[in-house]
Write a protein that binds this ligand. Structure first.
Ligand code: PLP
Length: 462
């Protein structure tokens, strides 16, 4: 077996074959090296199992380069294809929001103690370990996780306000990404919306007047993706909490973003964190898992036990409960937050890249592309967090601008790997804020290939 093993070619040998020399030009070295390692790993596993004879191994080795090329082609043609996000938007809902840490947690490839108590050898509670982790990470009394934040809010309202009234300011009747509209979610959850105040100004008095016999809760929704500026007013949260509590009502907050750190650290405007909202008197705060938490799609409700614990006992919870992948990923991400290892969370690794580093990378890529006949320049850009967080706020970034007609943007999107950038007049801008440095060479190769393809298309009038 060991001798079979030794007959496998080394990665650098494979890379010298003409097929892979060409592939490196098209896909970039890191992608090809990765595909080689995977193909060799598969062969090694097969050899170790004794599944391959001498002759077969030889055949397999001979066909390795073409198999690697085939994997590369398939990788970028499959559904939910991996792409390079050169939009400059870190949390892009259409591009999967927060990227997850690697490698994938090992237990997801096998069996796991999902709802099983190992010491007792009996059935356990699916959510209990994560709730513990949420409590210790966020310093909250109680927490529950469901499928996404829309589900979290719906469950919260269904549990506490079914058939009753919920008071909301007219300045907070938000729509997010088309399919989340606060009034619709409330209606679906069986709660009656009572609007108070005006779009730009709502006062404590407005809330006070609206509270009556049928009131079940006061709800505050974070203005995720827009800002009301100018002559505006909303009562401070602590006053609203006092008012709600005076009437024995809970103050619920749809915070949305999942901010748990002060965004001032990254030069962004401060977003109230989950902890701050609870400290100001909110009873339950709900937010997404795949926004500023940097984790998998999830909705979390955190706050006081009296208002949070009943959620997990509601029959609807069963329909909204998170799957094992979300739970395991979330546990991993929360542990990184708790330990202060933000660099282990890709969103924060990207956010932390200094502007100077982005500038250097943009210049290098632009230089190299220019040498290759692509009219590219490094440009200063503004990137954004996105995903309905910090509306209007931008971060300093750098990108590569390529002067070309619109077919270039399309060629980039349908290339291998697909690259999604932004079009400004006759220029495609590829912002590096959401591009991992390990993707630079691949990005460069993809741009060169797409540029040539779009030039050819123009020349032949197709
Ligand atoms: C993002 C957001 C939502 C929707 O969250 P999903 O996790 O996408 O369901 C709801 N409310 C606010 C305030 C948000 O920012």
């Amino acid at each position: 077996m060991t001798t079979l093993y030794r007959r496998l070619p080394a990665v650098h040998r494979l890379l010298e074959t003409p097929e892979l020399v060409a592939a490196i030009k098209q896909y970039g070295r890191p992608a090809v090296v990765g595909a080689c390692r995977r193909a060799l790993g598969e062969l090694r596993t097969a050899a170790a199992r004794g599944a391959l004879g001498n002759e077969q191994l030889e055949l397999e080795c001979a066909s390795l380069p073409s198999r690697v090329v085939q994997t590369l082609v398939e990788t970028w043609r499959r559904p939910y294809a991996e792409i390079i996000n050169a939009t400059g938007v870190l949390l892009h809902t259409n591009l999967g929001r927060a990227p997850l840490p690697s490698p994938m947690p090992a237990q997801l490839a096998g069996y796991l103690a999902l709802e099983y108590e190992l010491e007792e050898g009996r059935r356990g509670q699916r959510l209990a370990p994560l709730a513990d982790r949420l409590r210790e990470t966020l310093g909250v009394e109680s927490a529950v996780m469901v499928n996404n934040n829309a589900a979290a809010l719906a469950l919260l309202l269904r549990t506490h306000a079914d058939g009753r009234e919920v008071v909301v300011s007219r300045g907070q009747l938000i729509e997010i990404g088309g399919s989340f509209r606060l009034p619709d979610v409330m209606a679906a959850a069986g709660a009656r919306l009572v609007e108070v105040g005006c779009t730009n100004r709502t006062h404590l008095e407005d809330y006070r007047r609206a509270i009556g016999e049928a009131t079940a809760a006061v709800l505050v929704a974070h203005q995720s993706n827009y800002r009301v500026i100018g002559f505006t007013s909303e009562p401070p949260l602590d006053e609203l909490a006092r008012l709600a509590h005076d009437h024995n009502l809970p103050l619920l907050v749809d915070q949305g973003s999942g901010a748990v750190h002060d965004l001032g650290r990254w030069g962004l405007p401060h977003e109230p964190t989950v902890g701050e909202l609870l400290a100001a008197g909110a009873d339950a705060v709900c937010f997404s898992g795949d926004k500023l938490l940097g984790g998998p799609q999830a909705g979390i409700v955190a706050g006081r036990s009296r208002w949070v614990d009943p959620l997990a006992r509601h029959p609807l919870f069963r329909a909204l409960r998170p799957d094992k992948t979300a739970l395991v990923w979330m546990d991993r991400v929360l542990e990184a937050h708790r330990a202060g290892r933000l660099e282990d969370i890709p969103l924060y690794a990207l956010l932390d890249v200094p502007e100077g580093v982005l500038r250097r990378r943009a210049r290098r890529i632009a230089r190299s592309l220019t040498k290759n006949g692509v009219p590219a320049t490094a440009v200063a850009t503004r990137s954004a967090l996105g995903g309905g967080t910090t509306p209007g706020a931008t971060l300093a970034s750098w990108g590569v601008a390529v002067q070309a007609a619109p077919p270039l943007a399309a060629a980039l999107r349908t290339g291998a790997p697909p690259v999604v950038g932004t079009m400004h007049d006759d220029t495609v801008v590829l912002d590096l804020r959401a591009v991992f440095s390990s993707q630079d060479r691949t990005l460069e190769a993809a741009v060169a290939t797409a540029y040539k393809a779009s030039q050819n298309r123009q020349a032949t009038g197709r």
